[in-house]
Design a protein around this ligand. Sequence first.
Ligand code: HAM
Length: 428
Amino acid sequence: MAKHFQAVRGMNDILPAEAAQWQRLEATVRDVLAAYDYQEIRLPLVEKTELFARAIGEVTDIVEKEMYTFADRNGDNLTLRPEGTAGCVRACLEHGLLHHQTRRLWYAGPMFRYEKPQKGRYRQFHQVGAEAYGMAGPDIDAELICLSARLWRRLGLNEVSLQLNTLGSSAARAAYRERLVGYFTARQSGLDEDSRRRLQTNPLRILDSKNPTMQALIAEAPALLDHLDPESLAHFEELKALLDAAGIVYQINPRLVRGLDYYRQTVFEWVTDTLGAQGAICAGGRYDGLIEELGGPATGGIGFAMGLERLVAMLTAAGRPGADSAPHAYLITVGEVAQQIGLVLAERWRDEWPELRLRLNCGGGSFKAQFRRADHSGARFALILGEDEAKTATIAIKPLREAQGEQVTLPQEQATAWLRTAALDKKS
Ligand code: HAM
């Protein structure tokens, strides 16, 4: 037999048994976004490479070594999106969504980064992102953080904490960059190779290094918070006051610099200790300046994206149930006449109760074999349509799970009402 294909490394199938957890998560996220009046935008998976280079920054890990980039048949240089913010701004500018108005948008879907795959880090992964435009903050900064906090509450995820920092204005950041270059240049022998390279290209990212031998050097480095311009400082103070008023607990992390170049002012990350090394479940910040950089008006932007694989892993580890997807009932038919009636009845029942999840036995089989399939399906009831029931226009309903009473036989037109009551019973 030929060897079957395997999925590409770092790109996962989400199997039916896991999909229920994804569905519940996605439904909850949608509900919470709607509660803040965010509107969905659907974006292409592929954009021009130049968009990401300009938005995320030429000398970031993502652009330098993680993008799936290719020339299409026309010779255009294209990239599978590594994140959603750049495409979202591009779409807003292309369709004039930011003309003298504010916007709150969200998107969901796969992103692609050629990273080293490990638990919680994949080459195809899924994000839900939220982006807000045309508001200078910090009110919108605080609201966006409240939104994410509400989501964790709704999902019952308690072991998460919020890290907060500010990167200041472009000018403050540039002045700080100079100071940092001075500091690390004087101590170059203590830097690893990666950081020495970053000293020329992206010195702020040195602060992000996880290399244990550099931690003392990093701890002593000048802190951006001490070099902030007065406006940025006021913005940050006001944001903290808003979060305090809303009862949101946070830790200031002066080393939180983020891996994408478009951030200014507020940056934040929700982290957890429960997932091992890949503990960031949601991250974002302000990116005033990006919209102009991509050819739009000078207008503010802020957003975040959360990693769905990591959230699903947390929900599963916490033993949260997924969306209820098992069928309510499995319809067994015995004999050719019953088979025909069964198909018609199943259609009628689905008309009567659109939420009904009914699996019809297809592919024949003895009563015993069908009954076994009914049990395996996870259905709560087997509906049995034998020759007698076919003749008398009745249906036998046999409970398959726990103590749900005796088998009953009902007129066929009462079946959906009966099942609906039984399904509601389960919820109460
Ligand atoms: P990011 O920090 O690169 O930001 O990604 C956001 C989240 O996506 C991370 O916190 C993590 O949960 C998840 N994530 C990132 N890479 C992977 C991976 N390889 N495997 C699994 N999960 C991953 C952004 O993407 C920004 N666009 C967020 C943003 C939106 N900022 C403003 N608006």
